[in-house]
Design a protein around this ligand. Structure first.
Ligand code: 13P
Length: 256
């Protein structure tokens, strides 16, 4: 049994203390009592401390959207995993396609961050996924295989078990074009097969693989009904408490 996980990735779209507080106070009431879904809000760095105060003693966990691969040093503008741990952050998104594409993050860099996050007991949510041109050229599987091999290089079984994978086809992010449940499930099965080859069946079957890309209240349940889709990483629809709650409810309902 894999417990579904719903991550709200606010990106740079929500993050003032006032608006964050309003959204979260409403969400806390809505999700009170939900036990079969891990709920994580991944907010901008500047509001994480505020959020910690609001979310402590609730069933909503805190995530960051990125981190540096060193604990300290001359890295102007970067955020250390130590700082995140110190303020109660539990999860961290790594290798989001926006980090890969806009900020040129490579698989090797993401691998370094991943190793560091794991060594510090932060729970990584690692994103992988193909561009539209790659999909249209029939290269999706090659891209996924490459990303799994490089991003998860030298990971032990114990480490991969603590990692959440988010399959986010880039053509579906923020576009309103969701992968169909069948398309997403096919890739999730492929990812699990790669993990079986890299680790073993039992390990692969225990790893949570989220889907991400235009998840909305009206398509969430069909996606989460698929055997290999263990929740989702939600962008736009995570900004409002009502829509995020509908998606969390869908994950709760389809818990397999
Ligand atoms: P949207 O849900 O807005 O498509 O964003 C998905 C995403 O990038 C989550 O990390």
């Amino acid at each position: 049994m894999r417990k579904p996980i719903i991550g709200g990735n606010w990106k740079m779209n929500r993050g003032t203390p006032k608006e964050s507080k309003k959204m979260l106070e409403s969400l806390i009431l809505l999700v009170k009592g939900i036990k079969s879904v891990d709920i994580v809000i991944c907010a901008p760095f500047t509001v994480l401390t505020t959020i910690y105060e609001i979310l402590k003693n609730t069933n909503i966990k805190i995530g960051a959207q990125n981190m540096h691969f060193e604990e300290k040093g001359a890295y102007t503008g970067e955020i250390s995993p130590t700082f995140l741990k110190d303020i109660g952050v539990e999860y961290v998104i790594l290798g989001h396609s926006e980090r890969r594409d806009i900020f040129n993050e490579s698989d090797a860099l993401i691998n370094k961050k991943l190793k560091k996050a794991l060594s510090m007991d932060l729970k990584p949510i690692v994103c992988i996924g193909e561009h539209l041109e790659e999909k249209e050229a029939g290269k999706t599987n090659d891209i996924i295989k490459y990303q799994i091999n490089e991003t998860f290089k030298n990971l032990t079984k114990e480490e991969i078990l603590k990692t959440v994978i988010a399959y986010e086809p880039i053509w579906a992010i923020g576009t309103g074009k969701t992968a169909t449940p069948e398309q997403a499930e096919e890739i999730h099965i492929f990812i699990r097969e790669l993990l079986i080859r890299k680790f073993d069946k039992e390990t692969a079957n225990s790893i949570r693989i989220q889907y991400g890309g235009s998840i909305k209240p009206d398509n969430a349940e069909d996606l989460f009904n698929k055997r290999n889709i263990d929740g989702g990483l939600v962008g736009g629809a995570s900004l409002e408490s009502d829509s995020l709650f509908q998606i969390i409810k869908a994950a709760d309902k389809t818990y397999k």
